[in-house]
Design a protein around this ligand. Structure first.
Ligand code: AHR
Length: 512
């Protein structure tokens, strides 16, 4: 059996893992909001209409931050439509998803939901049809104490205290011709800069004459980067946008969905190469950020917000008519094989935790999501639920640099490793977690060398494997694909040997 050696050392860390790496996303699209997180009258819903069964699963996933309200929806959305008495809110056409938006759920409902779900809100301002004034006013509505029309409106709408929203995306995928109000990099860069300025000012971010900063809670602003690396404008878009905005923002956003070609016109290897490709993509943007940092002579380090990532193979084409409220959209059912690639993508995020300080699994409920709901019915966990749930709990603290001699396979992106790993170290809990994907069609042996930790013992060994790569979960077979506990391996002289089944994902946690 082929053996791969992986070495990690307690003193060689890539960086701190920001808990926001395990964020997610709820857009006004399909059944993400309506029938997803919000379904008044559902047996598990509270008096606000928030489904408790869904919140329970979100807690189980360990999601700390949720991006809202879009997505492509954002670029046609007037946030004022979604506040005030529900019966007075307008019903509108959503031109992004050809649906009808009733606006029953808006900013205040989202804030209440976040409180209940114990997640941090990550808001977004419309840079498509929206103006910089709309953006500043939304910040004022959310964050200003009181005494102005908008802050008093918030109070009248039930929120006496400001929401103190810190994370704000300035637009969504503005490089995409599919975006309502799509702009060139130069146009967007200029607009994003002006939006950033007025948003900060509306948040009371003012520098005194003595240089003192008056803001107690400065905004964390996220500028819209490339929608994917296949865009003709990549990475020039990112360079131009950053040259306009570098000094005024905190994160560059990036998005990417990986796809399995079910028609088999592309080999499976192309799908299995996703994690290593994502690594290259992040690497290019890291370099772009560094280039602009040098060019604008800034000492500030900008981070990446990978605020849309997932697998999206378009396995659930639209069947419902246009302009329906909450149509079944993008309800992909994930396979076991999807979960393997998904785990590799999580490994990549961890291995880039020095620069990726925020990431959002897109999306969270019903729409390309780990959680699926039935109207007036139950919930089930998709195959991808499991790697997210276990990695988000286990991979804390810092990611360690690994040295591996894995062999590689060719794919459309270049080469990728058969054994894909991420090793994390949590000093607080004295634990080391190793997430391992075996993308080979045969079992592989892996020798882990973790000598620097001294006396180490395995505390948990999860394994996900299935004879059917295309196996799924569903309402009538909810537990078809899930990890099982393995017999704990022995650690000898800081070394441990694991046997990884063909096409599998494993997570081993050690304590010292
Ligand atoms: O998550 C689905 C869509 O994918 C989002 O609305 C958009 O930002 C991206 O293209």
């Amino acid at each position: 059996m082929k053996k791969t050696k992986i070495f990690a050392d307690a003193n060689l860390a890539i960086g701190e893992i920001d808990p926001n790496l395990y964020g997610s996303f709820i857009e006004h699209i399909g059944r993400a909001v309506y029938e997803g997180i919000y379904e008044p009258g559902h047996p598990a819903a509270d008096k606000e209409g928030f489904r408790g069964d869904v919140i329970e699963l979100i807690r189980e996933l360990g999601v700390p931050i949720v991006r809202y309200p879009g997505g492509n929806f954002l670029s046609g959305y007037d946030w004022m439509d979604g506040i005030g008495p529900k019966e007075k809110r307008p019903t509108r056409l959503d031109l992004a998803w050809f649906s009808t938006e009733t606006n029953e759920f808006g900013t205040d409902e989202f804030m209440k939901w976040c409180k209940k779900a114990e997640v941090t809100p990550m808001m977004a301002v419309n840079m498509g049809t929206g103006t910089i004034r709309d953006a500043a006013r939304l910040v004022e509505y959310c964050n200003h104490e009181g005494g102005t029309d908008l802050s008093e409106m918030r109070k009248a709408n039930g929120a006496k205290e400001p929401y103190h929203v810190r994370y704000w995306c300035i637009g969504n995928e503005m490089d995409g011709p599919w975006q309502i109000g799509h702009l060139t990099a130069d146009e967007y860069g200029k607009k994003a800069l002006e939006a950033a300025k007025v948003m900060r000012w509306a948040n009371g971010e003012f520098k005194g004459d003595d240089g003192s900063d008056w803001a107690t809670d400065p905004l964390k602003l996220i500028v819209s980067g490339s929608s994917n690396h296949e865009m003709k404008t990549f990475p020039e878009w990112d360079r131009v946008v950053l040259e306009h905005t570098y000094r005024h923002v905190d994160y560059l956003s990036m998005h990417r969905y990986y796809m399995y070609d079910a028609g088999r016109e592309r080999p499976l290897e192309d799908f299995l190469g996703s994690a290593d490709d994502m690594n290259e993509y992040i690497g290019t943007l890291k370099a772009t950020i560094e280039y602009v940092r040098a060019k604008v002579r800034s000492k500030k380090r900008l981070h990446i917000s990978f605020d849309e990532w997932n697998i999206w193979s378009v396995t659930a084409p639209r069947t419902e008519p246009l302009w329906k409220k909450a149509p079944h959209l993008l309800e992909d059912v994930y396979t076991f094989q999807d979960a393997l690639v998904f785990a590799g993508l999580m490994n990549t995020l961890l291995n880039n935790c020095d620069v990726v300080k925020l990431a959002c699994l897109a999306q969270l409920v019903n729409v390309i999501a780990p959680i699926m709901t039935k109207k007036q019915g139950g919930v089930f966990k998709q195959t991808t639920f499991y790697p997210f749930r276990y990695i988000s709990h286990a991979a804390r603290g810092e990611t360690l640099r690994t040295f591996s001699d894995s062999d590689v396979f060719e794919n459309m992106y270049g080469t990728a490793r058969y054994i894909n790993e991420a090793v994390s170290h949590d000093k607080n809990t004295r634990s080391v977690s190793v997430s391992l994907c075996n993308y080979a069609q045969e079992a592989r042996e892996v020798e882990l060398e973790l000598r620097s930790f001294g006396d180490l013992h395995a505390a948990q060994y999860l394994e996900m494997t299935n004879s059917d790569l295309l196996a799924t979960n569903g309402f009538d077979h909810p537990d078809e694909v899930k990890p099982h506990e393995n017999e704990l391996p022995c650690v000898k002289d800081g070394k441990v040997t694991l046997k990884l089944p063909a096409m599998s994902w494993s997570l081993v946690t050690f304590k010292y």
